[in-house]
Write a protein that binds this ligand. Structure first.
Ligand code: MSP
Length: 479
């Protein structure tokens, strides 16, 4: 059985999860479910990033020790994963003992590429990122993402020899061994890498930040949070000795957002090269969700929570919107108005109705006795290609076209009129065609809207078919 490994990035736990995290979990879930459907053996890993100054600050503000704070916050991410029907096989926390041990082991294996030097420059704890003199000047000394002054840093740190890997990384991106999609992101990051990567600091002194993993052999330093967080993708598989690592690495797809592409397309490949490991096959970079046209932010008061939406509409409704209406290759907008219109028109009216109409007619006209349902053979090449290219929007569109086509078929065939004639065989054929198309639609929806797909399959996989007791997508006109 061939192996398939897919990961999400691991979100910080300094605030509750938002729609962006939800989208990333859902995307990786689609890939995992699709691979399982293709009979591949899958490990799908997600988790959380718990170290660093940002988390320590929040813990302090909450009057908690960082670990206590993390233990509390992690629950929200785990319950989001359940709520969204995410089928992850692993959930890593960077405070897990195995991760900490693994990170230290990796540090030691990389020692040939690590040296100590003075870092003079700038840092933003909100970003957990270092900034150069030029960047800080251009931004007027204030971090635009967090609206706070950059911190001036002058400290002894450990550095990783990233510059040494620039050419090799550029080469594997260019020759397609390390595929970055979409192409626009690939080009963007490639030009950054080709302009030459500088060595990066990978530790912080404990007197500045103590909430982190100890640097082996140095009691005064902890690892830079980004450095150890990236390692989660292999520590979760039990690097270096565990069979899972041996069988599942390299990852088939790593899913990340556009703001962290540099970490995943430059630093992570360099670490892997330093360890003599293969690079992930594909890095898929999604865009950002804006809310009502604005950047998602608590201070703007525009945070719509995934929990609220799922409570009102169900998890498949949210999955549908994020997969279809946030473009897979660019940024997209979420507004309750468009969400609710899409729900009512596309899910309640089109998909929900075609299922309930078909079931009702089979029950009413044939006493539920549909007989043999022939296999449906709509061409799915475009759907398959879309999923290979991480074009979730296009994949759903293909299924949606089938749903629309089926509704048109019913309107043309008018089974209720055939029922008035005595041509039962023709009536049965028409309804069996509808049922068979719906079974194929359910198959295609399995990775995308797993609950809905399951309900359709259960409804039509019986000897005697009845109306559903509940609507798949009841109309919801409240928002
Ligand atoms: N902890 C790091 C990742 C470490 S991976 C080794 C981090 N965390 S994060 O919580 O800030 O972001 C987690 C993911 O959510 C990232 O892929 C990021 O791009 C994504 N998103 C954050 N805001 C987003 C939107 N507004 N829209 C879509 N995704 C967004 O970075």
């Amino acid at each position: 059985m061939s192996k398939y490994y897919v990961t999400t990035s691991i979100p910080y736990i300094n605030a509750p999860p938002h729609l962006g995290h939800a989208m990333e979990f859902i995307i990786a879930d689609v890939l995992a479910r699709y691979a399982r459907q293709q009979s591949q053996e899958v490990i799908f890993s997600t988790g959380v990033d718990e170290h660093g100054g940002k988390i320590a600050e929040r813990a302090q503000a909450a009057g908690l020790q960082p670990q206590e704070y993390a233990d509390k916050m992690v629950k929200m991410f785990q319950s989001l994963s359940n709520l969204l029907n995410i089928s992850n096989d692993r959930f890593i926390r960077t405070t897990d003992k195995n991760h900490q041990k693994g990170a230290q082991l990796i540090w030691k294996s990389l020692e040939k590429d690590i040296y100590k030097a003075k870092y003079i420059g700038w840092y933003c704890t909100g970003d957990e990122a270092f900034f150069t003199e030029t960047e800080v000047k251009e931004l007027g000394g204030i971090c635009p993402n967090h609206n706070r002054p950059f911190e001036r840093i002058e400290e002894e740190n450990y550095f990783f020899n990233l510059s040494k890997y620039s050419n090799k990384i550029a080469e594997v991106i260019k020759n397609g061994k390390f595929r970055i999609i979409p192409q626009t992101r690939r080009n963007e990051v490639l030009s950054l890498i080709e302009s030459g990567l500088e060595d990066i600091s990978i530790s912080r002194p404990k007197d500045k930040i103590s909430w982190g993993i100890d640097v082996p052999g140095d009691n005064n330093q902890v690892m830079y949070v980004w450095f150890e967080a990236l390692l989660n993708y292999i520590t979760v598989l039990g690097y270096p000795d565990n069979n899972d690592f041996k069988q599942f690495w390299p990852a088939d797809v790593q899913v990340v957002g556009k703001d962290i592409i540099r970490f995943h397309a430059a630093i992570w490949p360099a670490i892997l090269m330093g360890l003599g490991l293969e690079l992930p096959k594909t890095l898929y970079v999604h865009g950002f969700i804006n809310i009502e046209g604005q950047k998602m932010s608590k201070s703007l008061g525009n945070a719509i929570t995934p929990e609220d939406i799922v409570a009102n509409y169900g998890s498949d409704a949210l999955r549908y919107y994020l997969l279809r209406h946030i473009p897979s290759y660019s940024d997209g907008d979420f507004s309750l108005t468009t969400f609710s219109a899409s729900y009512n028109n596309e899910l309640a009216n089109d998909l929900g109705n075609v299922v309930s109409r078909t079931l009702a007619m089979i029950e009413q006209f044939l006493n539920g006795q549909i007989g043999d349902i022939p296999p449906s053979e709509h061409d799915v090449a475009l759907y398959e290609q879309a999923l290979k290219d991480c074009r979730f929007d296009k994949a759903i569109e293909q299924v949606y076209d089938m749903i629309k086509g089926l509704n048109q078929y019913i309107d043309q065939e008018k089974p209720w009129q055939i029922a008035k004639t005595n041509d039962t065989e023709h009536l049965r054929e028409v309804l069996a065609y509808q049922a068979s198309s719906l079974l194929q639609i359910a198959d295609l929806l399995t990775p995308l809207l797993p609950d809905t797909a399951e309900k359709i399959k259960i409804a039509f996989n019986q000897k005697v078919i009845h109306k559903m007791t509940e609507n798949l997508f009841p109309r919801n006109d409240h928002d």
